[in-house]
Design a binder for this molecule. Structure first.
Ligand SMILES: NC(=O)c1ccc[n+]([C@@H]2O[C@H](COP(=O)([O-])OP(=O)(O)OC[C@H]3O[C@@H](n4cnc5c(N)ncnc54)[C@H](OP(=O)(O)O)[C@@H]3O)[C@@H](O)[C@H]2O)c1
Length: 339
């Protein structure tokens, strides 16, 4: 634990291939104090996300990449410990881009604008990083606003036992769809079918997974919620019905490659598919609507949430690779300090 020091991971090098601990420099300094209009927060939890890998790369994206020498960007939950900003009171729990560090400073503007969590929060705060946070909200808008599922349709979701995919499948079940998940282990497949209520699951690491997918989708596929890209996406698209919808949420299989991802345009043409990419921040002005609905479904027992929590800020540079190795089930989180 940090004690009276602030540990910070600075981005030292842009990764080639997998993220390496040597891509970061760990520095220690005194705990910051709040300047005029600033607040200081103790980071409690960090969200590890596939997009961290994108932020480390100098490519065109939806935010500026993290600059070399800058504190590694990361979303999280923090507790305000000092404040000269009327938007934040000491003791408030906030969520936002707090960075890979023990203490963060914000003036409440720009990328450092944090959102205070409700004072009477009824759920563990980590849920605000997962099913009730960005990944749950991504699932909600991606599936409902872009996929527009109709009862009886078949929805396939990849990275189905992950933070986003697990919620996608559960919402699709609420909407009366047949739901098939693609995931990388038998344990993950069992969880999404037996605990989350998916109709079927396909382990893409088994040799006959394409046959399993065909069997699981006897009426073809109407919606592909795509989290992975590459061969998995090509295979799903080849089984889609005419005029199907592809919700292009992410393509994690390509993030470490350094190569642009290619898509199966011939299949898209022949099957007249509608492919729409989106970034959850496109829906920022409707986040509250999604969080309230997701919380309601959770209270009704229709959405279940699971987390993989790794203890210790110092583990962040290695734990991030769990996302690419498939070691996480549900939301991957670093615990930085006791709440
Ligand atoms: N558009 C947006 O606004 C937005 C927002 C949030 C997330 N996303 C995207 O959504 C996807 C899921 O993100 P998440 O945060 O929910 O992560 P996650 O699903 O909790 O974790 C990533 C999972 O992806 C699977 N995976 C990794 N490499 C793979 C590969 N080469 N082939 C097949 N599967 C692979 C692994 O599961 P297996 O064991 O099944 O392989 C891993 O557990 C990512 O593509 C991410 O970029 C997009």
């Amino acid at each position: 634990m940090a004690g009276n020091k602030n540990r910070q991971f600075l981005l030292k090098a842009r990764p080639t291939g997998r993220i390496q601990p040597s891509d970061f420099e760990l520095v220690e300094s005194a705990v910051p104090t709040a300047g005029p209009n600033q607040a200081v927060a103790r980071v409690l939890y960090l969200s590890l996300d596939p997009t961290n890998r994108i932020w480390m790369t100098d490519v065109e994206q939806y935010m500026p990449p993290v600059a070399l020498g800058e504190v590694m960007r990361g979303a999280g939950i923090a507790k305000i410990v000092e404040s000269n900003n009327p938007g934040y009171a000491v003791g408030d729990l906030v969520t936002g881009l707090v960075g890979w560090q023990d203490y963060a400073v914000s003036d409440g503007t720009g990328l450092a604008a944090w959102t205070p969590l409700p004072k009477d929060l009824q759920v563990p705060p980590t849920m605000m990083l997962g099913a009730l946070g960005i990944t749950g909200i991504t699932a909600y808008f991606g599936l409902l606003d872009i996929g527009k599922p109709q009862a009886g349709e078949t929805v396939v979701v990849s990275a189905a036992a992950g933070a986003t995919g697990s919620v996608v499948g559960q919402i699709a079940k609420i909407k009366g769809c047949r739901v098939v998940g693609i995931a990388g282990s038998r344990a993950k497949c069992d969880w999404i079918v037996n605990e989350l209520g998916f109709d079927a699951a396909v382990n893409y690491k088994e040799a006959n997974w394409k046959d399993q997918l065909a069997k699981a989708c006897p009426n073809g596929i109407d919606i592909d919620f795509e989290n992975v890209g590459g061969e998995i996406m090509e295979t799903v698209l080849s089984r889609m019905n005419l005029n199907g919808r592809v919700v292009l949420c992410g393509m994690i299989s390509g993030y470490n490659s350094g190569e642009p991802m290619r898509g199966p345009y011939d299949t898209i043409l022949m099957k007249r598919l509608r492919v729409q990419g989106f970034i959850v921040i496109d829906f920022m002005d409707r986040f509250a609507e999604a969080a309230l609905q997701l919380a309601g479904w959770m209270l009704e027992g229709k959405i279940k949430h699971r987390e993989t929590i790794v203890d210790g800020l110092e583990k962040a540079p290695t734990a991030i690779n769990q996302l690419f190795d498939g070691e996480n089930i549900g939301k991957l989180i670093i615990k930085v300090a006791d709440a």
